[in-house]
Design a protein around this ligand. Structure first.
Ligand code: AMP
Ligand code: MG
Length: 342
């Protein structure tokens, strides 16, 4: 649900302004801020049609927020969960996300699984009072987890009774991808959306510089461990610091290992994925966070098609070869590692 909206317009500093024959509209830009999908979102568009770009991106995000929110009359996810055991009509967007989810569920060997929702609820991550559940309730709930039980197609979707669906690990990525496409279609020359830990950019900025995306310091979250410089595409982070509770000195984070039913505790603080689109980056950041450092690097070597920055609880920042030249270190107290491709 959108609770506020702030707009600012400006003229980006541009050498081209001084050059004869340069269209002045090319330097126009604007930024919009909104609150949706439980997070503050920033959208910036460039070019003469920047305003139309902002409008289009905002409309896409608000629409997807309504469709994917766990509660709400217009939500497909709510309808699927409430109607468990029967097929319910759903939008094309929901079918698109289910199809992408199925691909990443299979590819990650079940590490990415949007049917972890009953576990998220059991641990109380959707409440103000999370806590460690009993072993009995955990093993009972685990029986109702597994994406292969989800059916979808022909405008409908269904889950078995006792199951639950949650797009929390992929919705923002799908939204950034669709918002960027909408900005481009609306005629913006370039743009960037920042939806919580999800960033996606397209086009060339008026000053020709690369897009710079900071990788947050998971310990000192007001700081960052470095910056990535990309020509466009998505940068998405999953981390144990984004939502968690502490019980008896143990931190339990909101990303759940579908194999055990427990919040992931594998020595990783965050995984940042860099690739061509937000949906893939969002699904992979969650999946590779579940896999742990060894599993994530193995998956990277076996599959490719993306780059990543892994941050571990023993103070290492591991940057894969395809972005090592585009990464600028800036943190204190971290050790930076650049493993070879093989
Ligand atoms: P992200 O921040 O993209 O990694 O997504 C984390 C969110 O996705 C959690 O807050 C849950 O709503 C949901 N989730 C938790 N564990 C998983 C998992 N293993 N696969 C898919 N979704 C998950
Ligand atoms: Mg994700």
């Amino acid at each position: 649900m959108k609770i506020n909206k702030i707009r600012a317009a400006g003229f980006a500093a541009c050498l081209a302004l001084l050059l004869p024959g340069c269209a002045s509209t090319a330097e126009l830009s604007g930024t919009a801020q909104l609150f949706a999908m439980d997070t503050v979102m920033l959208i910036t568009a460039y070019g003469g049609r920047y305003e139309a770009g902002l409008d289009a991106a905002e409309a896409v995000i608000s629409d997807l927020d309504a469709k994917f929110t766990p509660n709400g009359a217009a939500s497909d996810i709510h309808a699927i969960n409430e109607g468990a055991g029967a097929s319910v009509p759903v939008s094309e967007d929901t079918l698109n996300v289910l199809s992408a989810a199925s691909e990443w569920y299979r590819s990650s060997n079940g590490a990415f699984d949007p049917t972890t929702y009953p576990l998220t609820r059991l641990w109380g991550f959707d409440t103000d009072n999370p806590g460690v559940p009993s072993a009995d309730r955990l093993s009972e709930t685990l029986k109702h987890v597994g994406f292969s039980a989800v059916s979808y197609g022909d405008g409908e979707a269904s889950i078995p009774e006792g199951y639950g669906l949650d797009f929390g690990a992929i919705a923002k990525g799908y939204a950034s991808e669709k918002a960027v496409r909408a900005m481009r279609d609306a005629g913006a020359d370039a743009g960037i959306v920042s939806l919580g830990g999800n960033v996606e950019a397209f086009g060339t900025k008026p000053d020709g510089s690369l897009w710079s995306v900071a990788v947050q310091d998971p310990v000192d979250t007001g700081s960052y461990v470095g910056k990535l410089f990309i020509p466009g595409g998505a940068v998405v982070t999953s981390g144990n610091y984004q939502r968690y509770f502490t019980q008896n000195g143990v931190r339990y984070c909101h990303i759940i290992d579908p194999g055990t039913g427990y919040p992931v505790r594998n020595g990783l603080l965050s995984v940042t994925i860099v690739c061509e689109n937000g949906t893939k980056a969002d699904a992979l950041s969650t999946a590779l966070f579940v896999m742990g450092e060894g599993g994530a690097l193995r998956y990277y070597r076996d599959n490719g098609g993306f780059e990543m920055v892994i941050i571990t609880d023993d103070g290492r920042v591991v940057v894969t070869p395809g972005v090592s030249g585009s990464f600028e270190e800036s943190g204190e107290g971290w050790t930076y590692a650049y493993p070879d491709a093989q």
